[in-house]
Design a protein around this ligand. Structure first.
Ligand SMILES: Cc1cc2nc3c(=O)[nH]c(=O)nc-3n(C[C@H](O)[C@H](O)[C@H](O)COP(=O)(O)OP(=O)(O)OC[C@H]3O[C@@H](n4cnc5c(N)ncnc54)[C@H](O)[C@@H]3O)c2cc1C
Length: 342
């Protein structure tokens, strides 16, 4: 049985029945239909930086390697059509070289272009949905190709239609981006705000520098980035917490700022909650809650799926007990039959 260890940046030892890569829709459909006829489970994989195989997977893993980048310009915009199997950071770096600006805050996020719409990747004040024009997909059952508009994708915070109505129903083949030639750089985030005379190049370099200093490099220490989403809570709950703790970090969720105070939604960093619950730097067998960023769980080498699940459940229960907030995983956890929840 082939090993999945190097196909997921968390790097747990796990196996599956078969791993096959594809470079176009026809080769994907051929493998997909064969696996389906054999009643094999199927999991589509990009860079594996948001997927953790907690167990052997009874099925076929299909790795997307659809490549290619094309581009045209109008007076106001750059339009890009990008193969889903392109590496995200390489693509962002190419855009910087070509002066197709807009992606600078999203530098150094691991993974593939095809996965970027799925959880609407975001960092340092920018989410990718604001640059996505259309997403090209193939419906798995019918083999039919469809073009989804930005609106069809129903983007939200680390969320989209691909996690709900279209979960496990489509293969994303290409993402089409529309970059305004005139736009405002997003530098409101802490260390970016300190940049003097910011340019896209300066933001790009700074983001890489900050990420390298704070986040473990998956090539050196297995991890899947943020393990949990930052919870969004009603203002009344935030205020109850703020009465008990000094300076609770928080952000009013954009879109709710216009609402009466008590209806506003407040985002509290999960890293702060996990730290307060006493998990920062804590180790369970071979899984560690990262000392400089407690939102990240790492594989110290030889961790098991059981270790990961136990640590994650402990964190969820502690944060729930202390703050009454239910953390939700941002990562995709897989068991032997497919996606699992905690
Ligand atoms: C160190 C580190 C830092 C990170 N920082 C960030 C960050 O700042 N912001 C952020 O948003 N995320 C971050 N992440 C998470 C991760 O990089 C993103 O979620 C990324 O988009 C995952 O891409 P991938 O190709 O590796 O996804 P995979 O893990 O391969 O797949 C993720 C999900 O998408 C599905 N999928 C993948 N490709 C396709 C396709 N073509 N068609 C249909 N379904 C598909 C898979 O089935 C799976 O369910 C980080 C991860 C790491 C390891």
């Amino acid at each position: 049985m082939p090993s999945l260890q190097t196909y997921s940046t968390f790097g747990l030892a796990a196996y599956c029945d078969s791993i096959q890569s594809f470079t176009d829709v026809a080769s994907f459909l051929s493998v997909f239909n064969t696996s389906k006829n054999d009643k094999n489970a199927i999991y589509i994989l990009g860079g594996g930086s948001n997927s953790i195989f907690t167990n052997d997977f009874d099925g076929t893993v299909l790795v997307n390697e659809i490549k290619g980048i094309s581009h045209f310009d109008t007076e106001a915009h750059h339009y890009l059509r990008v193969g889903a199997g392109e590496n995200w950071h390489d693509f962002v770096t190419l855009c910087m070289k070509e002066k197709w600006y807009g992606f600078e805050n999203l530098a150094l996020i691991p993974g593939s272009v095809g996965a970027c719409p799925i959880q609407n990747i975001g960092a340092y004040g920018v989410e990718v949905n604001r640059l996505i024009d259309k997403v090209e997909c193939v419906f798995l059952e019918a083999g039919e190709q469809v073009l989804l508009s930005n609106e069809d994708c129903q983007f939200g915070y680390r969320d989209s239609v691909f996690k709900h109505a279209l979960a496990n129903k489509v293969l994303i083949t290409h993402v089409n981006f529309k970059l305004p030639k005139h736009y405002e750089l997003e530098t409101s985030y802490g260390e970016l705000a300190a940049l003097s005379e910011p340019t896209p190049e300066k933001v790009y370099s700074k983001v890489i520098e900050i990420r390298k200093s704070k986040l473990p490099n998956p090539d050196e220490l297995g991890n899947a980035g943020s393990f949990f989403k930052n919870p969004v809570v009603p203002k009344a709950l935030y205020e109850a917490i703020a009465q008990k703790y000094d300076s609770v970090p928080h952000f009013v969720v954009s879109g709710s700022t216009e609402l009466p105070a008590l209806q506003q939604q407040i985002k509290i960093p999960a890293a702060w909650l996990i730290d307060q619950a006493g998990f920062k730097g804590k180790t369970l067998n071979k899984v560690r809650c990262h000392p400089t960023q407690p939102l990240v769980l790492t594989n110290l080498g030889g961790a098991t799926g059981g270790d990961v699940i136990t640590m994650a459940k402990d964190i969820i229960a502690s944060v729930q007990g202390k703050f009454g907030i239910q953390l939700e995983p941002e990562v995709r956890l897989l068991g032997s039959k497919g996606l699992i929840s905690l």
